[in-house]
Design a protein around this ligand. Structure first.
Ligand SMILES: Nc1ncnc2c1ncn2[C@@H]1O[C@H](COP(=O)(O)OS(=O)(=O)O)[C@@H](OP(=O)(O)O)[C@H]1O
Length: 231
């Protein structure tokens, strides 16, 4: 019952963009109508039904419990990457679903804050009612060597979602973000190429490194094997 889902931003956007003629508030309308068509896993893994089923009767009947009820739980599903892959958009689309509660910020628990312990991590989470799913997204997990083992130690049943994007446009997006904070960095071209004439790429540059998806996935597959994955 473990799984990695690989999504694309365009597919996730399509899932949440169902048009409506209803007068209901936008969030409720989206939740009712979109059914979040994000593709779940194959292999008959029924646990992923939350990504494709219709909204719960509790919500449809307008009986969603007020915020503040329930208890804080460790996440059962994580968007682990990739940086600049459209992870924020996917999380926002998913959290429209009434059975999903998500942390708004990136907690960076499995990379930077692991020393704080699981209880610290749990305390960050929103409260959930029975049947609701707790999620968070931190794209840097995907390239953090220790992250798969740490997540598996929390629960081998954790659902993992990876949003991938063309590695070249991903690198440009990554570079653009850095450039906006540090306008004095070298040009994209000079960072990308070791030798512009031969076209030799500098694969040690982080913006390129992150895009070598297969290399990072190998590490995840040590702990969350392909037999439980989907694409
Ligand atoms: N639906 C959809 N389809 C395609 N692309 C999308 C979508 N939603 C967001 N985006 C683009 O994703 C980029 C931001 O990705 P992230 O949210 O993962 O960024 S971050 O890692 O959290 O900083 C950012 O890319 P750039 O605009 O190229 O920088 C967003 O425009």
């Amino acid at each position: 019952d473990r799984a990695v889902t690989i999504a694309t931003p365009a597919r996730a956007a399509a899932a949440a963009a169902a048009p409506s003629s209803s007068d209901a508030p936008r969030t409720e309308r989206l939740a009712r109508e979109s059914h979040l068509r994000t593709r779940g896993v194959t292999n008959g893994n029924k646990d992923w039904g939350f990504l494709s089923r219709k909204v719960s009767p509790r919500f449809a009947a307008g009986k969603l419990s007020p915020l503040g009820e329930g208890s804080k739980k460790l996440p059962q599903a994580l968007i682990v990457g990739v940086k600049k892959g459209g992870t924020r958009a996917l999380l926002e689309f998913l959290r429209v679903h009434p059975d999903i509660r998500a942390l708004g910020v990136e907690p960076h628990f499995f990379d930077r804050n692991y020393g704080n312990g699981l209880e610290w991590y749990r305390e960050l989470m929103p409260k959930t009612l029975e049947g609701q799913i707790t999620m968070e997204k931190t794209p840097s997990y995907f390239v953090t060597r220790e992250a798969p083992a740490r997540i598996a130690a929390m629960s081998r049943g954790t659902k993992l979602i990876v949003v991938v994007r063309d590695p070249v446009t991903r690198a440009i997006s990554d570079y653009t973000q850095t450039l906006s904070k540090r306008p004095d960095i070298p040009s994209f071209e000079s960072l990308t190429f070791k030798n512009r004439t031969t076209g030799l790429i500098d694969t040690s540059w982080s913006a390129v490194q992150i895009g070598i998806y297969a290399k990072h996935l190998d590490n995840w597959l040590q702990y969350f094997p392909m037999s439980s994955c989907c694409s």
